[in-house]
Design a protein around this ligand. Structure first.
Ligand SMILES: [Mg+2]
Length: 202
């Protein structure tokens, strides 16, 4: 099966990296992000300030270049590949300033290599549907909702900012939630079993 894996909030601890950099800029401690728009709602920052600090963090070799993987991500990706799945990283790396966009992509490739996270491909995409992926693993509420709308399979990677669980009303089993990477692997395997059973029954 082709598994699409998101980076920020699933494989790369984006909020921890951003928070660290933002605290240096702000000169004081900031609340740990627990909402999608944490900079507005929790920090009282404007979107403009968030984006400006974000661009500096990328251009100064910080965010996307440095920072730890999410616990279990490296092992989980390796396990999925061992089980015969193709792992494609699908991550949004666009920015109105082309210099920043290029640095975001370079940083991402560097980070994956630096952490020896081996994958079968990388797609830099903001829209994560219609990519020929069998199931995606993502934490962003808008990506989860888009996958459900497009009738595509998605595993919600449990994060404070993707509560409550988005469900398809007609088919609650169509969306799955993983708390941690071992559950991602288990759910992908369960989904593969389901597809195999459907093929036998067809
Ligand atoms: Mg994400």
């Amino acid at each position: 099966m082709r598994v699409g894996v998101d980076l920020d909030g699933v494989t790369y601890d984006f909020v921890a990296s951003y928070k660290r950099f933002a605290e240096i800029v702000a000169g004081h401690e900031l609340a740990y992000p627990s909402e999608w728009n944490f900079f507005n709602n929790q920090w009282g920052w404007s979107t403009k300030k968030y984006l400006s600090v974000f661009a500096d963090a990328v251009m100064e070799g910080n965010v996307f270049w440095r920072g730890a993987p999410i616990e279990g991500a490296k092992e989980g990706i390796a396990r999925l590949r061992e089980l015969g799945h193709e792992v494609i990283i699908v991550t949004h790396r666009d920015h109105p300033d082309q210099k920043v966009a290029d640095a975001m992509k370079r940083a991402t490739l560097y980070w994956l290599q630096n952490h020896d996270i081996q994958v079968d491909g990388i797609l830099f995409k903001g829209v994560k549907t219609n990519l020929g992926i069998d199931i995606i693993v993502d934490d962003a509420p808008h990506n989860i909702a888009a996958a459900i709308d497009a009738d595509e399979w998605v595993i919600t990677f449990d994060q404070p900012w993707n509560q409550p669980h988005l469900l398809r009303e007609d088919d609650p089993d169509h969306t799955l939630r993983a708390v941690g990477w071992s559950e991602v692997v288990r759910l992908v395997e369960a989904h593969q079993c389901l597809l195999n059973a459907q093929q036998v029954n067809a």
